[in-house]
Write a protein that binds this ligand. Sequence first.
Ligand code: SF4
Ligand code: SF4
Length: 412
Amino acid sequence: MKRLIYKNLVSEIQELPGAGRLVLPLVQTGTVSLEACVGVGDKVTRGQCIGKTEAPEEAFLHSPLAGEVKSITQVVTQEGASAKTVVIEGDATGEVETLEPVTQDAAEVSAETILTRLQEAGVTPLGGNGKHRAYASLEPAEESPEILMVLCADEEPLLQTQRHILREAPEKVIEGATLLQRAVGAKRLVFAVSGDQTNLVSGETVTVEKKAPSGHPEILMGRMTGQYRLTEGRPRKDVYLINAETAMAACRAVREGRPVVEKTVTVGQDGAMSVVVRVPLGTPFSQVLEHAGLKAEDGDRLFTGGPLTGIAQFDAAAPVTKGTDGLFVQKGKGVACYDDVACIGCGQCVKVCPMKIPVNMMTRNCEFGRIQEAIDYDLDCCIECGLCAYVCTSRRPLLQYIQFAKKEQQKA
Ligand code: SF4
Ligand code: SF4
């Protein structure tokens, strides 16, 4: 059985100096498209708001560079959707334009003030290819969660983004988490942290072990509450989860008035982490790879996120968004070709599944659209960790079968 172990941190976060052409979709991690508040030919400053909305669940978007708006056009995002997009050409001259800092003590500042500031400064649950939106709602809610969990470890083995952020600025992560706890009204604040970094946080902690999928949000939330969310709906009502980068961004938004204009990304190739780099939002993947000394060529696979649940990308010119945690290249010789081949009944998927699902039976039903039969084999218990597909002897696209079946289930 293959084992997936989180690797130790090996370097510092590098900075990619911003210059050139940035592509900024007005849908970053959610589904609501922002209204552009700039026009073609407008000059913009660093940190200037370029997209906003009345919808309370969506955060604004800001220009990472000083420059000029070259076009407003439709592009296909890394999730495969078409989105209205602002294209800016410029450089990182000048300071980032900030809002008025909020100086009140965390215990005194109102939840409304914090939530308004988060929206104005573009703070949304960052990373996770956008799926972190499913784990926390940074908008006024009728019901407060019991727990706010801050994931200071990484979800998948090759990723190192969150651990680097915690090591770089633990005090900002803690302050941001405290402000977020106040904003969402959670009774408890819990830091999920890898064993070698527990000294960096204080208060209640849960340790993320070395072996995947111990950093998976659903596993951690299940450990804290004794219950998995499963089909309860999103976001879960009793526990919200955000990561260290979101907490740091919240701290900077409130205390420094600084908007979100960059994203920290782990970049690597063929199962090896190469570098963790902070890049302006909208930077093309190809430029990030070049900074790391990598290139995606014909026949290679490029994907965002981690190796278990990442999303394959069809265009290296696509931009980094607030959802981009990882960017990896698999060279052609290492690319596994998945196909609808038959299951040989080896049982590896069943053995590895953290939810003890009869995966072979469940996915056979998913594959052929027999949704009720898949549910009878615990489709609803699947947390989409991707381990079964990783170990499948026949290289069946098990996670895709599962996601297809869940989409069909939602339609019914
Ligand atoms: S993705 Fe596969 S291994 Fe993970 S919980 Fe679902 S069935 Fe189990
Ligand atoms: S690992 Fe793949 S081939 Fe083996 S039982 Fe599971 S689905 Fe079938």
